[in-house]
Structure formats: C-alpha cells, structure tokens
Design a protein around this ligand. Structure first.
Ligand code: UD1
Ligand code: UDP
Length: 393
C-alpha cells in the first residue's frame, strides 16, 4: 500500500439531486466556503431538472453553480438509481475526495453513497477516524425512520445510514433509531436541522414576496396543500378519493395547491374537478414564495417531509396526510398532526384544528446553526494527519 503525504486541505464532494436536497445543501455549501481548510465541489445528479424544482433554488438560496452535472433525469427506481451510480462512479474516481456528503433520503442520496462506500482511493490518508482507504461517507439528516418499508425513502434512509461513516442527526428520534440499529456513538452527531438553517436565513426575504397579492389572498384566509407521495398520488382512484375529502375543507377555506409534476401527471386520470375559487392550482413554487405562503396559511395540508418541519418552526398548523412520520418531533413538540388519508381521520383532524389554537415549540438545535456545527465537526474529524509512513520520512 502506498500511503501518501498528508494533503493540505480536505476535499469534499457534496451531492444534491432533488428539490429538498437543494434546500438542505445550501447552508452546508455556505458553511464549507467559510472554512479555508475545505475544498468543496458540488455535484447535481439531475434527478430533478425542471427550473421550478431545481434552478429556482440555486438562484434564490445562493447555492453555487454545480461543479458537475450528471443530468440523469427521470426513470424507474432501478433505472434512476443505477444511472446515477454509473455516472457518479467516474466522478469519485477522478476527483479522489477525502469525503462525500449526501443529504436526505432521495434516490440520489443512496446511489452516491453506495458508489462512495465501494471506492478505494489511489492514495489513502489518515485523519481522526483512522487510516482511510475509502472516502469518508457523510450523511446529513441521518436516522429518520417512518417504520414503513413501502415508502421508497425508508429504504434509501436505512441503506444510506448503514454505509455512512458519519451520521448527522436532526432530531432525537434519529439518535434513538440509529442506536437501536446498533450504530456506535463514534459515528453519531446530533447537529440540528439544516433545512431550518435555510428557512431562518430566508425568512425576511420571503416576507417581501408578493405571492399573496398575485394570488389575491390574505394572511390566514387560505390553506396550503402539497401532495407527492406515491402512496397518495400514483393510484388515480386513491388520489380522487383524497381530493374529494379535501374538497370538503376547500368549501370552507380556499386551498392553494402548487402541483408537483408526479401529481400533475395523475390529476387528469383521477378526473379531479378542483374548481376555483375554492381551489387555486399552480405550478410548483419557488422557495421564497412557498415560504411566504406557508407562513400566512391558516393550515397546511401535506405529505411532504420538509414541510412538516417548516410549519413547526413557523408555528403554523400542519395536518400531515399520512399514517406515519419519520419526523416525530414535529408532532410531539411542534404543530404537526398525523391526519391519515381516510376521510373520517382527515375531517376529524380538520375539525380539531379549527377548534383549538395552535401551539408548539421549536425543537432543540433547530436554530439556524446546524450547518456550522456540522462543518466544525467535519474539520475536527477529517483534517488529514501524518501517517506512520510520513513520520518515518
Ligand atoms: C423525489 C423523491 C422524494 C422527494 C421528492 C421531492 C425519490 C425516490 N423520491 O420524488 O423522496 O420527496 O423527490 O420533491 O428519490 N419530473 C418532472 N420534472 C422534474 C423531475 C421529475 O416532470 O424535474 C416528473 C417525472 O415524470 C418523474 C416524476 O416527476 O418521473 C417523479 O420524479 P422522481 O424524481 O422520480 O420522484 P419524485 O416524486 O419527484
Ligand atoms: N417547496 C417549495 N415549493 C413548493 C413546494 C415545496 O419550495 O411548491 C419546498 C418546501 O418549502 C421544502 C421543500 O420544498 O423546503 C420540500 O420538498 P418536497 O416536499 O418536494 O420533498 P420532501 O421534503 O417531501 O422530501
């Protein structure tokens, strides 16, 4: 084995591929740029490619242009995951990073983690983690578990965590889950929530968005809906039934519905008559407009992961249209309620939400500093140290 001299800086490849990834990677890229010891390169897999799902986040959140674009596009899970791996492998081989950082739970996350975990470096290096023959695999937003293996993200989460060296956790349940799965303390770090770093940094700017005026709405006078989980939208009959229930709520409170492309494709098949003015359908919104709409909403109805967290921090009532959540702190401490997907559970949750005032508190370390903590920890753990061979020279 040829153990080289300690490199001067830590080279890290950061990966983002889909809408929630961009929101999470933004503060990490910023925090890495502030520490000269890091050379950070950004890889965009191209899992999401529409401007409304990708470019707008780079523009609004000041994410640097990707250094590398894999342009994988859409496909089945097997095709998309395989294609990301096929295109990412030569990147890792060429870049020879000390570490690869992935966020969240999308196909880009597991695909790039799997490639990294099997890549041998041409030149091993030493750091606080020991002699590294492979890049250090870092997962940010580790440990979340819905307990539902029918959810594709749950498979991505479990597999990514299993092959990651450093697991940065956003809420206490994440630590519990990983410990229960036998992960040792040395791999764990409770750092807080990077998605909330982005929210707090953008809040003032979002308040200046004119989206309410554009849509003819007033604070507190509408609900906000997002739907894109395959279990809710892929079967037209199930989607039609869900929208029929939500139409009962829309009769009382107009619902703004920025439609995800996965859902858009199913709306016609579902024969959903979503009639204005009670329904306001639009394309997916940019981050600032969406944040403004969330903060002014009387209620948010969603099956999104990130939106459950954002409503908790904004103190806005959230009814999650699912039977489980991988983010339980949003229920135990925040403003989230699991409303399920059946008419009786959704309407009962809506009745309760209307009757009671919203209260909740902001979870620990959701304070805007998560990325700074993560980067400080990475500096401590990854700074190259002299190897035994160096010492003998
Ligand atoms: C993906 C993630 C999901 C995440 C969501 C965020 C996986 C398994 N799923 O789901 O965890 O919550 O992103 O939004 O990684 N499409 C477009 N334009 C695009 C991208 C996609 O029209 O820019 C359409 C394509 O028809 C595609 C479909 O949307 O087949 C689904 O896209 P895909 O990335 O496979 O999954 P999402 O449902 O977006
Ligand atoms: N979001 C957005 N515009 C929209 C819908 C969502 O900017 O029209 C943001 C939202 O504020 C959150 C992120 O997208 O930051 C969540 O992504 P999504 O719901 O697609 O994925 P999930 O969190 O469910 O994986």
């Amino acid at each position: 084995m040829n153990v080289g001299a300690a490199p001067a800086a830590i080279k890290i490849l950061c990966v983002a591929g889909a809408r929630p990834n961009f929101v999470k990677i933004a503060p990490l890229m910023r925090a890495l740029a502030q520490r000269p010891v890091f050379t950070a390169r950004l890889v965009h897999t191209g899992q999401h490619y529409d401007a409304a799902l990708s470019r707008v986040f780079f523009d609004e959140l000041g994410i640097p242009r990707p250094d590398l674009e894999l342009e994988v596009g859409s496909g089945s899970h097997a095709l998309q995951t395989a294609e990301i791996m096929r295109r990412f492998a030569p990147v890792v081989a060429a870049e020879q990073p000390h570490a690869v950082l992935v966020v969240g739970d999308v196909n880009s996350t597991i695909a790039c983690a799997l490639v990294t975990a099997k890549t041998l470096l041409a030149q091993p290096f030493n750091c606080a983690l020991g002699l590294r023959r492979r890049p250090v695999m870092i997962h940010v937003e580790a440990g979340l578990r819905s307990g539902d293996d029918d959810m594709p993200e749950e498979i991505n989460r479990k597999l990514t965590d299993a092959i990651s060296d450093l697991l940065f956790v956003s809420e206490p349940a994440g630590l519990d889950n990983l410990r229960r799965e036998g992960v040792g303390e040395a791999r764990l770090c409770f750092a807080g929530n990077v998605m909330i770093d982005t929210l707090l940094a953008a809040q003032a700017q979002a308040q200046r968005s004119d989206v309410l005026t554009r849509l003819g709405l007033q604070d507190g006078g509408y609900g906000l809906l997002t739907l894109h989980r395959p279990s809710n939208v892929d079967d037209p009959a199930a989607l039609a039934a869900l929208l029929q229930t939500l139409d009962r709520i829309a009769a009382e409170l107009p619902l703004v519905f920025p439609v995800h492309p996965r859902t858009r494709a199913q709306l016609t098949a579902a024969h959903a008559a979503l009639v204005p003015p009670r329904w306001r359908l639009c394309e997916p919104l940019g981050y600032l407009d969406f944040l403004r709409l969330t903060s002014g909403a009387r209620v948010v109805l969603t099956d999104s992961g990130g939106v459950q967290e954002e409503t908790t921090v904004l103190g806005v009532r959230c009814l999650t249209l699912r039977d489980n959540t991988e983010r339980p702190v949003t229920v135990s401490e925040g403003t989230n309620t699991l409303a399920g997907t059946r008419p009786e559970t959704i309407l009962a949750a809506w009745e309760r939400a209307r009757a009671a005032p919203t209260h909740g508190r902001i979870p620990a370390l959701w304070d805007g500093q998560a990325a700074t903590r993560i980067v400080a920890e990475l500096e401590r753990r990854l700074t190259p140290l002299p190897t035994a061979a160096d010492a003998q020279r």
